[in-house]
Design a protein. Structure first.
Lengths: 308, 307
C-alpha cells in the first residue's frame, strides 16, 4: 500500500514552508481579545473618549473658566446646546461653557482613575510579591496590615484628610492611591504563592540569584497578565470614588472640574429644566465606566487561562 | 468556634484602635485652630476655648483622654462648632434616621436580589433570565448619586407622586426614594451572585437526587438548593453593608434626610473635626463588627469551613 501521491506532495510542500511563526502568550491573548465584540467596542469607545479628553479643547469656542455674560440669569431658558453661540453642550448655571468643562472633567476623572491604578500596580505588585515570596512571619505581618487597612472606612477617612490638609487634586491622588493597592496586593500575593514553587524559581534560587532579583525578573513578569486585568477593572471603581467625593463638593476645586462635580451641578439645575447640564456629563461618565469595564472583562477572558 | 471568634477579635480590636489613632493624628496635624473663623479670636478667648476643650494639654494626654472617653464611656466629646452640643447629641439625632432607611435598603436589596436571582436561575436561558440579567447589569453600574437625581426627576417632577426630599419623622413617602437610590446597585449585585451560585447548585448531584425521588420543584428549591446557593450572597453582605453606609452620605446630602451623612458633610465644610472623627470612628467600628458577624455566621452555616 502506497500513500496517495497528492498527499505526499502536499506534505513535501508543507515541510518546505519557512518556519511557522511562533505564537506568544501575548499575541494569543490579542487574537482572543479581538474576537470579543464587547471588548473591542469598549476599546473603540474608550479611544474616542480619550481623544475627546485630550484634543476636545482644540474645538472649544470658550475656555472652561470664561463666563458668557449674555446668558447670565437666563441659562435655563436660552443656555441650551447650540452651534451658533459656540456652546455645543449648552452652558452651566453660571454661564460657563459646558463643552469645555466636560472635556476638562473627563480628562481629570480618567486621570484620577489611571494614576490611582498605576499606584496600585507598582505598590500592590511589589508588596504582594514580596509577602508571597518570603512567606512565613513577614507574610503574616504584611497581610494582617492589609486586612486592617481594608476594614477602615476609607471614604470617611479620605474626606477627613481632604478637609484637614486642604482640598486639592494632589490630595485626592494621594488619598485614592493610599487605598487602591490593597486588593492588588492580595491578588498578587495569591498568584505569587503558586508561582514561587515552579521549577524556574527553584532553579534561580539554586544558582544563587538574590531574592529581590527573583521577584523582579522571574515572578513579576509572570504576574503581568492578572495585574493588567485587575488594573483595568480598578479604574472605573476609582473614577466612581472620585465622583463620589466631587459630588459632595469635596473633590477638585473650581475652576477645575470633574465628571462627578459636573453631575452634581447638573442634578441641581435639572429641577429648573436645564436637562443638558446633567445629560452630557452623565453620558460621558457612564460611557467611560462601561468602556473600562468591557475592556477589563475582555482582557480577563483573553489573559486568564482558567476559563478556556 | 470560640477560638475562631477569638482570633477574629484579635484583629478587630487593634483595627478599631488604629482607626481611632489615625483620626486623632489627622486632627492633630490640622493646620490652624478649629476656632478660627473670619478672624482669630483674641488670645485670652483662645486660651479659654483651648482650656475648655482640653487642647492646651500635651498631645499624648489629649490622646489618652480621648481614647479612654471613647472606649469606656462611648463619649466622643464636644462638637467644635456647635457650642451647646456634643458629638453624641449629633449622632443620637442623625443615626436613627440613617439606620431606618439603611435597614429598609438592606431588606429590599437582599429580598429582591435573592428573589430575582433565584427566578433567573430557575428560568435559565428564557426571556425572563435575559431580562433579569440585563436589568441587573444595567442597574449595577449606576451609582447612587446618579440614581437619586433620576428618581427625583421621574417621581417628583414628572409624576409628582413623592416629595423630593426631607424626612418628616420618617413617613413612608419620604423613605421610598432614599431606599431605592441606596439599594439599587446592591440589589443588582446580589441578584447576579444568587443567579450564578443557584445555577451551579442546580447542576449538582444532590439536586438531581432530590428531583429523582419525586419531590416537587418548589420543595427542591426551598429545602435543598436555597441554603448552599445563598452562601456566596452571605459573604457579599459585608461589602454591601460598607457600601450602603458610605452611600448614605450621598443619600443624606441629596434628599436632606438629616442622617449622620448630612452631619458628616456639614461638619466637613465647617471644619468641625471632633464630629467628623466621632462619625468616622462610629462607622468604622460598626463596619468591623458587622463583618465579624457575617464571617462568624458564614463559618457557622457552611459545613465545609473548619477552624
Amino acid at each position: 500500500m502506497y500513500p496517495d501521491k497528492t498527499k505526499m506532495e502536499s506534505l513535501v510542500e508543507a515541510t518546505n514552508i519557512a518556519e511557522v511563526k511562533g505564537r506568544s502568550l501575548w499575541s494569543d491573548a490579542r487574537t482572543r481579545f479581538m474576537r470579543n465584540k464587547a471588548a473591542v467596542a469598549g476599546l473603540v469607545i474608550l479611544t474616542a473618549i480619550l481623544l475627546f479628553a485630550v484634543f476636545g479643547s482644540l474645538f472649544q469656542a470658550w475656555t472652561h473658566e470664561a463666563i458668557d455674560w449674555k446668558l447670565m440669569g437666563r441659562v435655563s431658558q436660552i443656555g441650551g446646546p447650540s452651534i451658533e453661540n459656540g456652546h455645543y453642550f449648552g452652558a452651566d448655571e453660571l454661564g460657563r461653557d459646558l463643552y469645555a468643562r466636560v472635556v476638562q472633567g473627563t480628562g481629570i476623572s480618567i486621570m484620577v482613575g489611571v494614576v490611582g491604578s498605576l499606584v496600585a500596580v507598582v505598590v500592590g505588585t511589589l508588596y504582594g510579591a514580596t509577602a508571597g515570596f518570603f512567606g512565613g512571619r513577614l507574610d503574616n505581618i504584611m497581610m494582617r496590615t492589609v486586612d486592617i487597612l481594608m476594614s477602615i472606612p476609607f471614604m470617611f477617612v479620605l474626606i477627613l484628610m481632604l478637609v484637614i490638609w486642604g482640598r486639592s487634586i494632589t490630595m485626592l491622588f494621594v488619598g485614592i492611591g493610599l487605598i487602591s493597592w490593597l486588593d492588588m496586593a492580595r491578588i498578587v500575593r495569591g498568584q505569587t504563592l503558586s508561582i514561587k514553587n515552579k521549577e524556574f524559581v527553584e532553579a534561580a534560587i539554586a544558582v544563587g540569584v538574590s531574592p529581590f532579583t527573583i521577584i523582579l525578573r522571574h515572578i513579576v513578569p509572570n504576574l503581568l497578565g492578572i495585574v493588567v486585568v485587575y488594573a483595568t477593572l480598578l479604574i472605573p471603581g476609582l473614577i466612581m470614588a472620585e465622583s463620589f467625593i466631587s459630588f459632595l463638593g469635596l473633590g477638585v476645586q473650581e475652576p477645575m472640574t470633574s465628571l462627578g462635580a459636573l453631575i452634581q451641578g447638573g442634578s441641581k439645575q435639572m429641577l429648573y429644566g436645564a436637562w443638558w447640564q446633567i445629560t452630557f456629563p452623565l453620558f460621558f461618565f457612564l460611557a467611560t465606566l462601561f468602556a473600562f469595564t468591557f475592556v477589563g472583562d475582555g482582557l480577563r477572558d483573553a489573559l486568564d487561562p482558567k476559563d478556556r | 468556634m470560640f477560638t475562631y471568634i477569638a482570633r477574629r477579635l484579635t484583629v478587630a480590636v487593634p483595627t478599631i484602635l488604629i482607626l481611632i489613632t489615625i483620626s486623632f493624628v489627622l486632627m492633630w496635624s490640622a493646620p490652624g485652630s478649629p476656632f478660627m473663623g473670619e478672624k482669630l479670636p483674641p488670645p485670652e478667648v483662645m486660651a479659654n476655648l483651648e482650656a475648655k476643650y482640653g487642647l492646651d494639654q500635651p498631645y499624648w494626654k489629649q490622646y489618652v483622654d480621648y481614647l479612654s472617653n471613647v472606649i469606656f464611656h462611648f463619649d466622643f466629646g464636644p462638637s467644635f462648632k456647635f457650642k451647646d452640643r456634643t458629638v453624641n447629641d449629633i449622632i443620637a439625632q442623625g443615626f436613627p434616621v440613617t439606620l431606618t432607611y439603611g435597614f429598609w435598603s438592606f431588606i429590599v436589596a437582599v429580598t429582591f436580589g435573592v428573589g430575582l436571582g433565584v427566578t433567573a436561575a430557575i428560568k435559565h436561558n428564557t426571556w425572563l433570565d435575559y431580562l433579569a440579567v440585563g436589568f441587573a447589569i444595567g442597574s449595577q453600574s449606576i451609582p447612587n448619586y446618579v440614581m437619586a437625581p433620576i428618581l427625583v426627576l421621574v417621581f417628583t417632577l414628572w409624576l409628582g407622586w413623592l416629595p423630593g426630599g426631607g424626612w418628616e419623622g420618617g413617613t413612608w413617602d419620604h423613605i421610598i426614594m432614599p431606599v431605592i437610590a441606596l439599594s439599587t446597585s446592591y440589589f443588582a449585585s446580589i441578584a447576579r451572585i444568587t443567579r450564578s451560585s443557584m445555577l451551579e447548585v442546580l447542576n449538582s448531584g444532590f439536586i438531581r437526587t432530590a428531583k429523582a425521588k419525586g419531590l416537587p420543584m418548589s420543595r427542591v428549591i426551598i429545602k435543598h438548593a436555597l441554603k448552599p446557593a445563598l452562601l456566596p450572597v452571605l459573604s457579599y453582605l459585608g461589602p454591601a453593608f460598607v457600601g450602603m453606609v458610605t452611600g448614605s452620605v450621598i443619600i443624606d446630602q441629596y434628599f436632606s434626610t438629616g442622617g449622620i451623612g448630612q452631619f458628616f458633610v456639614n461638619s466637613a465644610f465647617n471644619r468641625d473635626y471632633s464630629t467628623m472623627m466621632g462619625i468616622t470612628i462610629l462607622v468604622g467600628t460598626l463596619t468591623i463588627i458587622f463583618n465579624l458577624l457575617v464571617d462568624v455566621l458564614y463559618a457557622w452555616i457552611d459545613p465545609k469551613i473548619r477552624y
